[in-house]
Each structure stands twice: as C-alpha cells, then as structure tokens.
Design a protein around this ligand. Sequence first.
Ligand code: GTQ
Length: 381
Amino acid sequence: MDTAAEGRRRENWREDVAGRANVADTPELEAYYDALEALSMGPLWTVANKIEPWHPVPDSVPVIWRWKDVKPAISRAPELVTPEQAGRRVIMLVNPGRRQHAAAVGLLYTGVQIMDPGECASAHRHMASALRFIMEGSGAFTIVDGERLSLNARDFVLTPNGTWHEHGVDASGTRCIWQDGLDIPLMNALDANFYEVHPNLNQTPHLPPEGSVALYGAGLLQPTEARANWRKPYSPLLKYSWEATEEALTRAARASDGSPYDGIIMDYVNPLTGGPVMPTIGASAQMLRPGERTKAHRHTGSFVYQVAKGSGYSVIEGVRYDWTERDIFVIPSWAAHEHANASDTDPAFLFCFHDLPVMRSLGIFREAALDEPHQTITRTA
Ligand code: GTQ
C-alpha cells in the first residue's frame, strides 16, 4: 500500500554527503511526520535532496513523435469532430512524465492541428503565447489582431499573448496540418492563465493583409517616430517565411562556421529589439551541413524541435533518435544532446522553439560541454 510514510521513505534519498539530509526513520519520527502533515506542515529533510537536486532532474523525458505516426492519428480527427465542436481540432503531443500538465517538455505545450478547406476555428485570446509551424497543405491563414496572414509549408507565425487569433483554410486550399507551440504549462504553473472567446466569434480583418511582414519583414525599419508607439512585449513581425529562413541559413554558412554544438543556427527575432519573438518563447532555425555531426553539450531550457528538411539523428542522453521531415522531438532541460545530418550531399534543417527567453530574463541559463565530444550511444529509440 502506498502510505504517506512509504512515499516519504522513497523520497528520502540517503546520500552520504556532508551537508545533505540523512535522517533514519524511527517510529517517533513517523508519528511526528504524521502530526505535521495533519497541520499542513512537513519536515524539509525528507525531501531536501529531491527539491534541491545537484542539477536539474526533469520529469520530462526525451520523446520523438514521428510523422509516420502523427499523420494517421491527426487525419482521423476530421472524421470524428468539427472545428466548431472542438474549438481547436488538435492532437496534443504529451510527455509521459508531464501528462498532468499537458506538456510536451518542461513548461512547453505542443500539438498538431488539422483544418480542411473552407473550415475556420473561431477567434479567441489567452495569456499563453502561441506559435505555429506549418507542416503541410495550402491555403491556410491565420488572423492575428485584425491582420490576415497566409501560411505556406514551413512558415513560422506568431499569435502572441493577448492577441485575438483564429485559423482557417481557404475553400480553394487543401487539407492543412500545422504544429502549435504554446506556453500553457508555464502560464498554469504561474497561475496566470486567462482565456476569452471573441465576442463576434470571428474577427473582421481591419489591418492590411500581411501588414507586419510589409513593414518589418525586410530587415529595414521605418524611422524611429513611426514605430515609437509599439509598446508590446513581443515582435511586431508576425510571420517569418521559410524561404527567407532557409536563405538566411544558407548565406550564413558561407560566412560563419556556426556553433560546434548546433551547426549554423539563427534565432527568429523581434526586429525592433533583436531579442526573442515573444517574452516567454523563443524560436530558432538551424542547418546541419552535409555530413555534419555536432558536439555534445547540455544546458538549461526545454526544446521542441520539428525537422523542417532532410534526415539525420540526435543523440539525447546516450539514446539515438533517428528523424526525418516533420518528425517532432523534445530535449528536456540539462539533457546531453548532439545532432547529426545523415546525408553527405544535402543540408538538414531543424526548426525549434524553447523557453530560453524565460531562462535568460531570469538569469538561470547555464551551459556545459561534455568531457568527450560525443556520447556513447547505448540504444536507438
Ligand atoms: O490555436 O489558439 O494547440 O489555444 C492549443 C491551444 C492551439 C490555438 C492549441 C490553443 C491553440
């Protein structure tokens, strides 16, 4: 039976290290603990080694969701529910260690959403920050605070915290599937989540279509006065096209050796600040050059990857995860990891989003190389 006392015993890591908790259970202590529990109190020393670990010990485990499994799973949803019924017709990708938080990894949520031509999901807004990375299909659009944006495969679009947003597919389009990324678990961990349905159910776009791309998407800015009234904590540019992203990485590879741990990697940024696209979620794109195998390192921060192009593998805590286009995988905080491109002729491209803006703004980002350049591969997932 799982009594409270047994639970405590399991948590009481008996590490024989000076300065760490090391208290043997006795009947008197058990009685004392029970008395404390009845008063909504508890002894720190039975949990100290767990709640103050030597280094991060995430509940999240590395996971890969392969497109060959995700596509048939999400494709069943339109046969069973409409967007009107579901609100958002989404299959969540849930980390086995974080199920009760609906997290894919750490405090990040991800899911895949499916929309048929002519369908539209109603408008809402929430405290959670959100993004999408388009997986397949044509004719998708999203409306963000009155700006309509069309979405093609591998485009990256923001629906920042507090913005009204809805998604749909034009009647002339094809079935679309995209990945959603949100910080829902973070908002819930902070008890700061709010959610509102748009009073008209759908927005009437009142801004020029693609207006943010027109104003901010070319790497040039209007003079200071024209943009001084942007006071929002997120990027005014809402869409980053894949074409420009691949071009940027390909050009960067001509001018830089990139990172030994990530190859050619570039952040999607707020063009006004050079900082992350949203206050709590950052995003990057990286290119692994033909034959490239990066070195292993670990750092704080939780990461959700989607394979944009090509195939290869990542080694996470000694386990090899082979991936190909549209596969999604996660790397928990402080997990050792390295990436490899399987092709000797073509580059591979990875998209990822992460909580580094949170880590950095709180001053808790930490990074370490491993002693050896590569991990020993213990098994293949
Ligand atoms: O499209 O706004 O996958 O609010 C989960 C929550 C998508 C969305 C999700 C959401 C959305």
